[in-house]
Design a protein. Structure first.
Length: 237
């Protein structure tokens, strides 16, 4: 069985036997539908910026359980919500931030493009796409100016971070000169594909190498560059 929703706000339940029935209706068009397995419920995000949670009962009908107004601005056309951990939702909408909402403790926080790891490269940019790698616990986002930015979960437990300190920004990269409208993790969660208007760009996870001998330190900083430093020397080549 699966759920789907449309512009009228109707949410339907269907299966592979051609059965289909409307189970609820929400104000505005349906932007995202997420199944919350822990509580056996369906979470719906609407164009009116409402988060509506319905619990499934034995008759496969939806029973209203929660309605929350999301504090989101930006462009509704880019409104996307995904799971980024246990009970943790992430929403982007063409702002310079990712809005995180923990549905279990009803708390929220943001991850912004002002992250020190981004070195000011994307401070005035806008996030328009998002994807999550559950194996490596990395949030990846595509921006309007063609950058891909990422945050990695710093926690070793399976619990989701309760604030922004639980996430660490990773160096961002210019993937394309056009907006990255969609992102997909694949290849055993080692490859990230970014979709733009003229095609796609593929990023492959690579473990960077480092070596130290005598007074020389060598660190790979990209697939084409190695940084060389002398011990106790701040200069670099």
């Amino acid at each position: 069985m699966f759920f789907f929703g449309g512009q009228s706000g109707a949410v339907c339940l269907a299966d592979d036997l051609k059965n289909c029935s409307e189970v609820c209706k929400v104000p505005g068009s349906v932007k995202s539908i997420l199944f919350y397995e822990k509580e056996n419920s369906v979470i719906i995000i609407t164009s009116h910026l409402l988060l509506v949670q319905f619990k499934l009962n034995l008759s496969e009908k939806l029973v209203p359980d929660r309605k929350v107004k999301l504090a989101v601005s930006g462009n509704i056309d880019f409104l996307t919500t995904i799971w980024t951990g246990q009970g943790l939702l992430a929403t982007v909408s063409g702002e310079n931030m990712v809005r995180m909402f923990n549905i279990e403790n009803d708390e929220n926080y943001v991850l912004t493009l002002g992250e020190p790891a981004f070195k000011g490269q994307v401070f005035r940019d806008k996030i328009i796409s998002i994807e999550y790698n559950p194996r490596r616990r990395i949030i990846s986002c595509g921006t309007k100016e063609g950058y891909i930015v990422m945050w990695k979960c710093k926690q070793f437990t399976t619990e989701s971070p309760i604030d922004s300190d639980g996430w660490e920004g990773m160096p961002c990269m210019k993937a394309q000169g056009k907006p990255i409208t969609q992102l997909y993790w694949g290849g055993n969660m080692q490859i990230l594909a970014g979709i733009h208007s003229n095609g796609c760009v593929i990023l492959n996870h690579t473990v960077l190498k480092k070596k130290m001998k005598d007074n020389v330190k060598m660190i790979q900083i990209s697939n084409k560059a190695v940084e060389v430093r002398m011990r106790n020397d701040q200069s670099q080549n």
